[in-house]
Design a protein around this ligand. Structure first.
Ligand code: ADE
Length: 223
């Protein structure tokens, strides 16, 4: 799989993807991730990428010409184009799974007040938001989405770890609380059932507590 991120801040996009699991996946050739400087596709002598809003209004918008040029250059036969924007559809684990099956993604990152709408109408397959808050730029969101996708690719997590047994694999239930050694820490005990070796009882305990945690933290998942 290949992921091309187009942004005014390639270093912000790449920093979280250059450590640990995602770095190893990239080094192993599980995925090729590139972050491109949008300004490289600007044609005027000031390499301008933004403009004032038509019709007035606060802030600046990314101009269409450099974004069209970038996508036209990077696009392959089978490419899905995503735009990171708080105006997008909320990004879910199911989207990460779906995108992980694509051959090639181009992830466009918004900045300022966003992008000229002709980009969305002509080039973008999906507008994606990572949550109901506004970041300074979409490169952070692109790194989040890329991380969630790449860890799902075969070979990315290594043999011992599987992405299947975790929260949001079941989209209606969070994971149960988890404990490790020591069994007694400052008088706080690991629940006895988890040390019992009785797998039936352990599974029942996990299910009950997963449900309780979901009710407390994410009641919306149970609706
Ligand atoms: N750019 C700024 N805020 C964002 C968000 N919440 N999701 C995706 N892209 C963004």
């Amino acid at each position: 799989m290949r992921i091309d991120i187009v942004t005014l801040f390639p270093e912000i996009a790449l920093a979280p993807l250059s450590e640990s699991i995602i770095k190893r996946a990239r080094d192993a050739g599980v995925v090729e991730v590139q972050a491109h400087q949008l300004r490289d596709w600007a044609t005027d002598k000031h390499r301008k990428t933004d403009e004032y809003l038509c019709g007035g209004g606060q802030g600046m918008l990314l101009k269409p010409e450099p974004i069209f040029a970038a996508v036209e250059e990077l696009r392959q036969e089978s490419t899905r184009v995503l735009l990171m924007t708080p105006q997008g559809r909320p990004f879910k684990q199911a989207d990460a799974v779906r995108f992980s099956r694509e051959e090639h993604l181009i992830i466009l990152c918004g900045h300022y007040e966003g992008v000229d709408h002709r980009v969305i109408e002509e080039l973008v397959d999906e507008e994606i938001s990572i949550g109901d808050y506004v970041l300074t730029n979409g490169a952070i969101a692109a790194a989040v989405v890329t991380d969630a996708i790449v860890r799902l690719l075969p070979g990315a997590l290594g043999d011992a770890r599987s992405p299947e047994d975790e929260s949001f694999s079941d989209p209606h239930l969070l994971e149960a609380p988890a404990y490790t050694k020591p069994n007694n820490f400052r008088g706080m005990e690991v629940p006895g059932v988890l040390l019992s070796g009785d797998h039936g009882k352990i599974e029942a305990w996990k299910k009950k507590h997963a449900l309780e945690r979901t009710k407390t933290n994410r009641p919306d998942l149970l609706e």
